[in-house]
Design a protein around this ligand. Structure first.
Ligand code: CA
Length: 236
């Protein structure tokens, strides 16, 4: 199998070097960028399978880079955030990052996150573990069509640009329509590995999903809130 390519956008060379060293040892192909502008250019040209994106970067910060990448590309992005900057995590997710990891992090945790996020993309691209139970499965809910094989969601005839995480959350809820899930359950089931994040991650992803799926995100018809409990999917 072709080596997966990880783009590291991090200006602190010592951190970049140690990540590169460890990921190379794990069999990844590595590209590096040391400022935001170079990072953005490489994200759009070297075709990475995943981007590790620091927030504090020269020229253009990680938030801007994330936003710019998302204008044209759904590559998984893991933001590297400083421990004390709680607000940064949420902002990163709002701008379309898939995940974040808090500095200082252990290499094992980083590698686990990278694997989990790349696995989802491979799955999406139908490269490897094509799930048998989903094979050829297309479900229609009102004017939404979810194609489990192609990882594609259409609203009327228009294909929605969802990130992988948004797709997975929608799929998970839709497959079990009317069943209410707590944020904790969704973190565990959709994010799918030992996740150290907080439940606001779920709220942010729901909000982004509603903006794409709903006619009026303020008055949703599909992705419903059960006050004090969590979320559920409703067939309109
Ligand atoms: Ca930095």
């Amino acid at each position: 199998m072709k080596a997966k390519k990880v783009l590291i956008i991090e200006d602190e060379k010592s951190i970049s070097d140690i990540i590169k060293f460890n990921l190379t040892k794990e069999g990844y192909e590595i590209e590096t960028a040391y400022d935001g502008e170079e990072g953005l250019n490489k994200a759009l040209t070297v075709n990475p399978d995943l981007v590790l994106l620091d927030i504090m970067l020269p020229v253009m910060d990680g938030f801007q880079v994330c936003k710019k990448i998302r204008e044209s590309n759904n590559v998984p992005i893991i933001m590297l955030t400083a421990k004390e900057e709680e607000v940064d995590k949420i902002l990163g997710l709002e701008l379309g990052a898939d995940d974040y990891i808090t500095k200082p992090f252990g290499m094992r945790e980083l590698i686990a996150r990278i694997k989990a996020n790349i696995r989802r993309t491979s799955f999406m691209m139908g490269e490897a573990e094509a799930s048998k139970e989903h094979h050829g499965k297309i479900s229609t809910y009102g004017n939404l069509t979810i194609d489990m094989t192609k990882y594609e969601v259409r609203k009327d005839e228009r294909v929605l640009e969802l990130t992988l995480r948004e797709f997975e959350l929608l799929k998970y809820l839709a497959e079990q329509e009317n069943q209410v899930f707590s944020r904790e359950q969704l973190l565990e089931e959709v994010w799918g590995y030992e996740y150290y994040g907080d439940i606001r991650t779920v709220d942010v992803t729901v909000r982004r999903l509603r903006e794409k799926v709903e006619d009026d995100p303020g008055d949703p018809k599909y992705i419903m809130t059960k006050r004090g409990i969590g979320y559920f999917f409703r067939r309109p």
